[in-house]
Write a new protein. Structure first.
Length: 189
């Protein structure tokens, strides 16, 4: 199954997938980031579709951006998409083209702490535990069928960085496995 990984940041989850031996057909990023270099260094086709190039009257044209990404994925025969720290929210055309075939990992125990500040929000709320959630992505942000979750204890000395790193350690182990299982289920159906 032709798999694309979508990144925006350091790409440490992508590195874990590569280490795991997960076959990756394409890495796509919405901005210049270390994730793209990780792909290139591993010999994986790496594509930048920069969101900064999709501005109409000073505003981000989400539909035009989404359509461009869908076009790039489909022209390469991509069948499954996994977001790994991808920071652009797609509009409808993505879910029309890849409905039920877009996965995401989020650094909280969904439905708690949705959105970009999930780790900071858990800390600010004084949560005793948080974690990660791997789920099927839908048009609704950080929603969709949950495939796996793992808990992480919050320690009194945690900062966003220390807590997020421990969450990522779980994600690096869990996400490749969930993708493999999901691929198997898809190819049987
Ligand atoms: C992960 O914690 C993921 O849940 C969140 O972004 C982080 C990606 O980390 N959406 P990295 O860029 O792979 O290090």
């Amino acid at each position: 199954m032709k798999l694309a990984i979508l990144v925006s940041g350091t790409g440490s989850l992508l590195e874990a997938m590569i280490k795991d031996g997960l076959p990756i057909a394409l890495v796509l990023a919405d901005r210049k980031c270390r994730g793209l270099d990780v792909a290139k260094n591993a010999g994986i086709p790496a594509l930048l579709v920069a969101r900064k190039d999709f501005r109409t009257d000073g505003a981000f044209d989400r539909d035009a951006y989404t359509k461009k990404v869908v076009e790039e994925l489909q022209s390469r025969g991509i069948e499954l998409v996994a977001m790994a720290g991808f920071m652009t929210v797609f509009s409808k055309p993505m879910f029309g083209a890849y409905d039920g075939r877009i996965l995401n990992t989020h650094p909280s125990l969904l439905p708690e702490y949705k959105g970009e500040q999930a780790v900071a929000d858990a800390l600010a709320a004084g949560a005793k535990e948080t974690g990660c959630t791997i789920h099927v992505a839908t048009l609704k942000l950080d929603d969709g069928h949950i495939l796996a979750q793992e808990k992480v204890r919050v320690s009194p000395n945690d900062t966003v960085e220390t807590l997020w790193e421990r969450i990522k350690q779980k994600e690096r182990r869990l996400y490749p496995q969930v993708i493999r299982d999901f691929e198997k289920r898809l190819s049987k159906s």
